[in-house]
Design a protein around this ligand. Sequence first.
Ligand code: PLP
Length: 372
Amino acid sequence: MRFARRMGRLGTETAFEVLARAKALEAQGRSICHLEIGAPDFPTPGPIVEAAKEALDAGWTKYGPANGDPELRREIAAYAGRMRGAAIDPDGVVVVPGAKPILFFTLMALVEEGDEILVPDPGFPIYASVVEMAGGKVVPYRFDERRGFALDRATLRRAKGGIFNTPHNPTGGILTREDWDAIAGLGLEWLISDEVYSEIRYGVDHVSPLALPSLRDRTILCDAFSKTWSMTGWRLGYGVMPRPLAEQVTRLQINCTSCAASFSQRAALAALRGPRPDEMVRTFRRRRDVIVEGLNAIPGIRCAEPRGAFYVFPHVGRDGTALARRLLEEAGVACVAGASFGAAGREHVRFSYAASEETIREALRRIRTLAG
Ligand code: PLP
């Protein structure tokens, strides 16, 4: 079989490969501290699980509308608008299986061969992967580690479109109002704002371009139930976008998945109508403090304090890919090499602190022994 040329341009998400290797080592009897995967380690809240069971019993087991259950789209418009201080048109909401399909479908709908697209470096690896598969040219922009991985505005360029992510994976940095003002001046035709970590912040505001008159008509919001409600396996996400683009994305969904799972969508109503994940965020904050302090106490490692999400991205003063490999193979600490997130991550590794404090402390002990 000869694969289509476009497959040569498609990248991957290394965290899944590390997870597979870590599981294989575990199957051989090795003890592994899992700090690689970006999934909250908490169960999905009980009322959401109950709502899914009720939906299954009530027969929500068939195809539904391709753009999503109308009641859920209205609830998403209300929730997403409330938390961002924006008015959202439910007809611009499309419900899909996770945040990733919003990235994939919108990039497929918008990127032409040779289009220059701003992409964060370091950044979620799927951005560059899908832009390149669609024939676009990745134009990287950077962050300033000394300022808690704040956006380095001097690295922004004029381009056709751009992808932004706040709070940011892998650094935990956030975008401020001033950052968005700088982005508004770039003349982008469109921008994707990936806000899957918008509820996971440590005492800082969330600023979405949807709330800014200079950007809202060009903005595609990408969000999901995955992180906020610990629902990574439910595969449920959504986009908010101008209606004409919502129609294109819906057509892509019809061609690809038909619709998101009907009973998951009913359960999502319970998520949006239930309490915010404050307790989970408090727990993440305690773990963040433990891992940042622990890493900074190891000679040769420098770790900025994240303001959101649940990752740290320490500078390790050497090739991060080799260190990540040794950490897994020799010390049993699973993490992701910084280079997986772009060239600027070469001397970094990413640890997820979506793991118990006990696991984090044990991982720190092992890292200190191997790398200190
Ligand atoms: N966007 C970012 C920044 C992420 O970190 C992730 C998952 O790690 C996703 C999107 C994908 O989310 P989902 O699992 O809902 O597709």
